[in-house]
Design a protein around this ligand. Structure first.
Ligand code: BES
Ligand code: ZN
Ligand code: ZN
Length: 502
């Protein structure tokens, strides 16, 4: 969706969206539209007892006195409900309320209310951001766009606001974050036959245009590094594994070259391997690279908005397939760290991939923090469902900073424990550890404990996004059904709050 900014005046055609606050009457602009339409707005409000509750909408078709097709009123709710998240969602809700109208563009009149404590420009910024996130659709594979179920035809939004040039300027920075989220959503939505490891590697190479240093480690280099756990996962696949490194050096003055390392699980398709998954729903396992998708999207966001920070993003891209060459349950693999792992279940492959990538990140870059994102366990879906991700950390300050960043952007994460008693459960009879804990008990923690064994003393957090990366239904108006892009906004905000020179 193209988003443009223009001075606030009454448009002469198409549809106009006006935002109202509950109990606050008409804004100056709304009053003038009301006057031109000989009271169409105030009459519609009265006839429908419309009170501008948060996300409520009211359409006034073909208003008298103006050549507009329709006016849509959208509620921002009460003063106590004014928050940037609610405003972003109201923007997207208004757009969706016009989905049936088959128009190509729409105008949105933005005027703040005194109680909001927000300038017109900031209100316009948040609404525009909501539009950019909420209008996302993955329609690449429809030969005819009309076959798409989510067929909003609107492709341009004109945001009408005082100081429209200021609004345009700050939005040009924020929209880079939305582009990062939408890139993650695209990569995650793509099927496994299209976005296999090398294909994602090629997409990552394109990030060089934004000033990101990219390096792809191919199979022979991974062998030289001794990444036996990652290679064991990929050995049943025809597709070559790739570890991709994206380095954004946005702060040349920083005392530390790489304070933040972001690591992502990128299993481009998870069949389970020889411990084959049941066929029902297996098609969704294309999203088992959502951790990598979030890291790639975050790097795109940081570079796009030229963040003044140094961050390395590393993703382990493999496909988990059953085959004559695939690893067997019971196999023992040697990781890059030297530690050995007995592979009890080939479907617990994410931790095997991350064991090597986390160790690589830690030993190669000595970062101040490592944060990894992974669709690691079905168990976290049982624990937290699809509204929150699980976070595990060996450093409470880091966990708190991530939780706070998540709250701010509407990507909630809930802390789950690490403990030596759970750690013992992954000890193996024949190797340093096994890749599963006690069957059916505390499965997400067992996964996290294994990862912890590969980060040394580095402050580290693991975010298990298995439940939030793929939405069975739309979570809210800015998080669509399907790939949510969860993690990009959170990591971008975390870096911004904690590691960016402003
Ligand atoms: N990719 C899955 C986890 C997953 C499950 C992601 C559901 C998204 C939705 C992971 O590789 C896996 O299969 N984990 C196993 C681990 C078990 C064998 C210890 C699981 O959760 O069942
Ligand atoms: Zn698996
Ligand atoms: Zn997996």
């Amino acid at each position: 969706m193209k988003i443009e900014f223009a001075p606030i005046e009454i448009p002469t055609s198409g549809s106009l969206i006006i935002f109202l606050a509950e109990g606050d009457g008409l804004t100056e602009f709304a009053k003038s539209v009301d006057t031109f339409t000989e009271g169409a707005i105030s009459r519609a409000i009265e006839l429908n007892s419309y009170d501008a509750k948060l996300y409520s909408t009211l359409i006034i078709e073909a208003p008298h006195g103006l050549s507009l097709n329709r006016i849509l009123l959208c509620g921002l709710g009460k003063a106590s409900e004014f928050s940037i998240l609610n405003i972003q969602r109201a923007g997207a809700t208004a757009l969706k309320a016009l989905a049936h109208c088959k128009e190509e563009s729409v105008d949105l009149a933005i005027e703040s209310f005194s109680e909001m404590g927000m300038t017109d420009v900031n209100l316009a910024l948040e609404i525009a951001y909501g539009l950019k996130l909420g209008s996302y659709k993955f329609s690449k594979y429809f030969t005819n766009e009309k076959n798409s179920v989510s067929s909003i035809s609107i492709n341009t939004a004109n945001v009408l606001v005082n100081d429209h040039l200021d609004a345009q300027n700050i939005f040009s920075i924020r929209s880079e974050v939305a582009k990062g989220v939408n890139l993650a959503r695209d990569l995650i939505s793509e099927p496994g036959n299209v976005k296999y490891p090398e294909a994602i590697g090629r997409d990552i190479m394109n990030l060089q245009e934004l000033g990101i240093d990219v390096k792809l480690l191919k199979k022979n280099e991974l062998e030289k590094l001794g990444m036996g756990a990652l290679l064991g996962v990929s050995q049943g696949s025809e597709k070559e594994p790739i570890v991709a490194i994206m380095h954004w050096k946005g702060n040349p003055n920083s005392s530390k070259e790489t304070p933040v390392a972001l690591v992502g699980k990128g299993v481009t398709f998870d069949t389970g391997g020889i411990s084959l998954k049941p066929s029902g729903g297996m098609e969704e396992m294309k999203y088992d690279m959502a951790g990598a998708g979030a890291v790639i999207g975050t790097m795109r966001a940081l570079a796009g908005r030229k963040a003044k920070c140094n961050v390395v993003g590393i993703v382990g891209l493999v496909e988990n397939m059953p085959d004559g060459k695939a690893q067997r349950p019971g196999d023992v693999v040697t990781t890059m760290s030297g530690q050995t792992i007995e592979v009890i279940n080939t479907d617990a492959e994410g931790r095997l991939v991350l064991a090597d990538v986390l160790y690589y990140a830690q030993s190669k870059y000595s970062p101040s923090v490592i944060i990894n994102l992974a669709t690691l366990t079905g168990a976290v879906v049982v624990t937290l469902g699809s509204h929150m991700a699980g976070v595990f950390s060996n450093n409470q300050n880091l966990a708190d900073n991530l939780i706070n960043a998540g709250k701010y952007v509407g990507e909630d994460i809930w802390q789950l424990p690490l403990d030596v008693r759970y750690d013992k459960e992954i000890n193996s009879a024949i190797a340093d550890m096994k890749n599963v804990g006690k069957s059916r008990e505390a499965g997400s923690i067992a996964g996290a404990q294994l990862l912890q064994r590969f980060v040394g003393n580095t402050p580290w957090a693991h975010i298990d996004i298995a439940g939030v990366a793929w939405m069975k239904g739309s979570e809210n108006s800015i998080v669509p059904k399907g790939a949510s892009g969860f993690g990009v906004k959170l990591l971008d905000r975390f870096v911004n709050e904690n590691y960016e020179d402003l």
